[in-house]
Each structure stands twice: as structure tokens, then as C-alpha cells.
Design a protein around this ligand. Structure first.
Ligand SMILES: [Zn+2]
Ligand SMILES: [Zn+2]
Length: 578
């Protein structure tokens, strides 16, 4: 059972509890845990074995017990009991946009409706309008919502890049151990680091002959729940959690051509083939061939591109957004690398909702090669995570300097804060901010505003002169929360005027800002800050997901503020404050 399956089981439990009338605060714990687990970069099964479950943010005693039960028995007894008492279909009904718990209970009790089909039929027949808080308008809205829901559930599910990356890396490591495998890598949209991934493409190169052992190693892994087809050079599997992975075994002489072909994107490959045709060449997954059918390239990717007069392009650029022209002209950007990142300017500690202490975070960041960090716990408005007010901030600052000294100055630790941008655009604990060394301003509450209101709110915070960086600027959570309405162009303009940076938050479920806004920021001259927003030492490594997005946005080292030295960062900040 993988993390996603556990998250789903906890969500199910929460749904069933809610429908059965269990106290709201109990239900909330399970939902929070499910979300935290979805974004987790370690396998929960392993953490359970090591008895480290409770180190995970959002996982308390009750949740940990259910997770252990899941791993032991494959099910949660409480969920099974609740389900047996409720009509089937009711959970789907409750999760329908525009329905929710109260309406689901209402139509169930008063109209004996327990499925989406029944609800739709009743709405179309006008049989709901006389219910309290309903009316014809609500009926019409419901019909539209159900139609959209049907369309969405028919579409193939895409999973967050981080989940696909971890699964793919595990497969590659396994395949490289199989005798006869000469090379193994993943290709497709994952290699291009798309923020979500439909399925995983794995390529293996092997000598000619029997590939049975290779195919067997791929389909026989313990996390395979279904084998979709088995050939001598091609097979597909479904992993726990529902992701599909396809394996292709290719001859070594075609390795580069196959990697190029299966990495895509489709648009990139079409444009590339058009260029090839002009040179009387043909490109396929087997190689580049001249008019006589003789192979002129294919063993490595660079040779494939070189054959049609192009420089090799990093996979993240291959979206037909100008990279082919740049490769021809020799003007490809030098993309940022993870090793360029010198600091991490957004992280939490046990002082608020983090799982690791200040010392642990600083030591782990140092081990990871960072030369500076900013400790940015939550501010006082977020009372449910014990957000910091002025007094506690002052105490934390003292501790920060002690820890810094304790580490012999090997790492610079900036005293910071993730200050809430309040509904009116002022910053939380405003009068404490001038004493701090790094302020991230973030919107966490009151997300339902009009585009105008939200833009005004955020711009006001930017113009306050009291924040350095806008945190997770759209609030989106991939797969479960849409970005809030905001005029990003106006926000970037305000930032450029005020000398404020924009965050690319690397939490796998956020990746906020996305590649399009990151490119806009670059073009607007607004510096991007690549942050982990780590809530534990483990999550410091999340930067590697954000790097993929930064590269897709054509960002180089100079576009990203935290590639600078600590001194240069302070100088950048001082210029704004002067
Ligand atoms: Zn935040
Ligand atoms: Zn944060």
C-alpha cells in the first residue's frame, strides 16, 4: 500500500464519519493527515516499520493507529462499520461540488436520494426546489455541477510529479539490478518535469535476445497491482495508487533516439521532425535516417539533435515554446541547477507546525549544502498552529543566534516569519516585522474573495514595505484546491515597483507559482525565490521538485534570488529598505 492509498483511506474514513455525525474536530484530524500524507516524500510503509509515523506533520495518536491498522489488516475497521450503516453512494453524493454534507443529509432524509444519478433525476424533474434553502436556481446549478463532475471523472487522472518521480526512481533502481540491462531511465512528461504526470514511461536498453527476465522483473515487483499486457519488448503495469507505468526494451544502438522520442513532448517532436524533413532526414524512435535509409544518428540523444543541426536541449524545455529556434541559434538558456541554490528562505519548526526543531532544521540544511536559511514560522493569526506573536518571535530570535553560534558560523540563519496577509491586506504582527531579517507574506485564510479584492489585498501587503517575498502566491493545492482568483500581472507590477520577490514553493502539492507565472516573473524582472516550505528536515529536499518547474519556466541562476550569497541577499534587501 502506497502513501496515496493511505491518504484515500483516511479521506474515506473522514467522509464516513462526517455523514454519520461524528464530531467535526475529530473528522478534521483525518482530513489534515490525508493531505499531509499526499505531499509526503517518504514511503509511509517504511515510516510505520521504523515507528516514525508520528514524526509526520498532521499525524497524531489516532491517525497513527489507523495507519498501522491499515498496514496490518488492509482496512480500517471503523470505516467498514460506518459504511455498513450508510446507504452506498452517499459519500459520492456528499463530495459532489455544490452539495456537501448538509445537503447530502437533507436529500437523503427528505427525498430518500442516495446517489448522484437519483439527485440529477430529481433536480431535472424539479423535485428539489421546495426543500428548505433550495429553489429552482439551486436545482439548475446542481445540474451543471453534476455534468461537470461526470466529465471530470471520465478524464484520465494525472498525479503530482513528486509521486511519479519517487515511483519511477524506484523502478529504475530495481531495473538497473537486472542482469542484461545496459541502461534504464524514465522518459515522458516526468522527465520533462511536468507538474502532473499521466503515466510513467520507462526505457531499458538491453542486448538482443531474450528479454523475459527484464519483463519479469518489471511486472513482478511487489507494488504492481495489475499487468496490462506483456510482450517481449513492451509491457504495462498499474501500481498501487493507480498510476500506470510502461516499459519498453530498446536496442542499445537506438537508445538516444528512443529517449528523445519517448521524452516528447508531442509538439516538440512534431516541430523537430518538420525541421528534419527540410534536411531530407527522417527521425524515429530507432534513429535518424537519410534519404537512402541509412542510419546517421541514434545512439545518444545529442547525436539525434546534432544530425538536424540542433544543440541538445534539457528535457524541461521540450514543449515547443521557442526551444528549437534557440537550439538552432545557439541561444539556449543556461538553466538553473539544484546546486546553484545556496539558501532556503521558508521553513517551519516545532515552534509552530513543524516536526523538527530549529537546531535540527539548521543542521540538516547545512548537511544539504545550504549556506543560509530563514526560519519562517507562522504568525499569531494562525492560532491553531500556535502562530508566533512579538514576544515569542523575540525569544526565537535569541535562540536562532545561539544555534548559529553553536554551528560556528558554518550556516547563516536569518530570523524570519511567514506573516499572514490579513483580509484587508495588512500584515500580521506588523510592528514586529522591522526587527526581522526575512519576511514571507502569505495568504492562508479568507480565500473566497473576488479577483479585484484579492489583488488589492495582496498588492497592499506588497506595498507595505514590510515583506520580502510573497509566499505560495496562488494558494493552489494540486488536485484539491484551485488557485484563488488574483490578477498576477498587477501583482508582478507591484512587486517590481516595490522590490519584492515572488516564491516558487516546492511543496509537491503546491508548486506555486507555476511555470507560466514563473516565466512571467522572469520577463517582468521580478526575482523568484525557490523555497522548500519544509515542515521537517526531510522536506528540505523538496527543492528538487521546484527546480523542475523553474527550469520549465526557462529560469537561469540569475533569475533566482537565493542563488546569491547571504551577503548579496542582504544587500538586495537593504536596497529595498533604504
Ligand atoms: Zn504558508
Ligand atoms: Zn510555510
Amino acid at each position: 500500500m502506497d502513501n496515496l492509498a493511505v491518504a484515500r483511506a483516511l479521506e474515506d474514513l473522514a467522509d464516513l464519519q462526517e455523514l454519520s455525525g461524528v464530531a467535526v474536530f475529530k473528522v478534521r484530524a483525518f482530513r489534515g493527515a490525508a493531505r499531509a500524507i499526499e505531499g509526503l516524500s517518504e514511503a509511509l510503509a517504511e515510516l510505520t516499520r521504523e515507528g516514525k509515523l508520528k514524526d509526520v506533520r498532521g499525524v497524531g495518536e489516532g491517525v497513527a493507529r489507523r495507519i498501522s491498522e491499515l498496514f496490518e489488516t488492509g482496512t480500517i475497521a471503523e470505516a467498514d462499520e460506518l459504511r455498513a450503516k450508510l446507504p452506498p453512494g452517499l459519500v459520492d453524493l456528499m463530495n459532489l461540488p455544490g452539495v456537501g454534507l448538509k445537503t447530502a443529509q437533507q436529500v437523503w432524509r427528505e427525498r430518500a436520494i442516495t446517489t448522484v444519478d437519483e439527485l440529477e433525476a430529481a433536480a431535472r424533474a424539479g423535485k428539489l426546489r421546495d426543500l428548505p434553502r433550495f429553489g429552482q436556481k439551486r436545482e439548475d446549478k446542481l445540474i451543471v455541477a453534476i455534468e461537470a463532475w461526470r466529465k471530470r471523472s471520465a478524464a484520465p487522472k494525472r498525479r503530482p510529479m513528486a509521486e511519479a518521480l519517487l515511483a519511477a526512481e524506484a523502478i529504475v533502481a530495481r531495473m538497473l539490478d537486472v542482469p542484461g540491462v545496459l541502461a534504464c531511465e524514465f522518459a515522458g512528461s516526468l522527465r520533462r518535469r511536468a507538474e502532473t504526470v499521466g503515466d510513467i514511461d520507462i526505457l531499458v536498453s538491453a542486448a538482443d535476445g531474450d528479454h523475459a527476465a527484464i519483463i519479469e522483473a518489471f511486472t513482478g515487483a511487489p507494488d504492481v497491482v495489475e499487468v496490462l499486457g506483456k510482450g517481449d519488448t513492451k509491457t504495462s503495469i498499474v501500481l498501487e495508487g493507480g498510476m500506470q507505468a510502461d516499459l519498453r526494451v530498446v536496442p542499445h544502438a537506438s537508445w538516444g533516439a528512443a529517449m528523445q522520442y519517448f521524452t516528447g513532448s508531442k509538439d516538440h517532436n512534431v516541430a523537430m521532425r518538420t525541421l528534419a524533413v527540410k534536411k531530407k532526414l527522417k527521425v524515429s524512435e530507432y534513429g535518424v535516417f537519410d534519404a537512402q535509409g541509412a542510419k546517421v544518428a541514434g545512439e545518444d540523444e545529442a547525436s539525434v539533435y546534432a544530425a538536424i543541426g540542433l544543440a541538445w536541449m534539457p528535457p524541461e524545455l521540450r514543449e515547443n515554446r521557442g526551444e528549437l529556434q534557440a537550439a538552432k541559434d545557439g541561444t539556449l538558456p543556461k538553466l538553473i541547477e539544484l546546486s546553484d541554490v545556496r539558501g532556503d528562505l521558508h521553513m517551519h519548526t516545532t515552534e509552530t507546525d513543524g516536526k523538527s526543531t530549529l537546531e535540527q532544521m539548521a543542521e540538516a540544511a547545512l548537511r544539504a549544502g545550504r549556506s543560509y536559511v530563514a526560519i519562517t514560522d507562522h504568525s499569531e493569526t494562525l492560532a491553531f498552529v500556535r502562530g508566533l506573536g512579538k514576544e515569542r518571535l523575540r525569544a526565537q530570535r535569541k535562540r536562532i543566534h545561539e544555534v548559529e553560534e553553536g554551528l560556528g558560523g558554518a550556516i547563516r540563519i536569518f530570523a524570519g516569519l511567514e506573516a499572514d496577509i490579513l483580509a484587508d491586506g495588512t500584515l500580521d504582527v506588523e510592528d514586529a516585522l522591522p526587527e526581522l531579517e526575512w519576511v514571507v507574506g502569505s495568504v492562508h485564510q479568507h480565500l473566497k474573495m473576488t479577483r479585484e479584492e484579492m489583488t488589492k489585498r495582496v498588492v497592499r501587503a506588497i506595498e507595505s514595505g514590510k515583506m520580502d517575498c510573497l509566499g505560495h502566491p496562488t494558494g493552489r493545492q494540486i488536485g484539491w484546491r484551485e488557485p484563488y482568483e488574483i490578477d498576477m500581472e498587477a501583482v508582478l507590477k507591484a512587486m517590481s515597483r516595490a522590490g519584492v520577490a515572488i516564491e516558487l514553493n516546492s511543496t509537491p502539492s503546491r508548486l506555486d507559482i507555476d511555470e507560466h507565472t514563473a516565466r512571467m516573473a522572469r520577463d517582468a524582472g521580478v526575482p523568484v525565490v525557490l523555497n522548500s516550505d519544509a515542515h521537517s528536515v526531510r522536506e528540505l529536499s523538496q527543492l528538487r521538485y521546484g527546480i523542475g518547474i523553474a527550469r520549465r519556466a526557462w529560469l537561469s541562476k540569475e533569475h533566482v534570488l537565493n542563488t546569491r550569497s547571504a551577503g548579496d541577499l542582504q544587500a538586495w534587501r537593504a536596497a529595498r529598505l533604504s
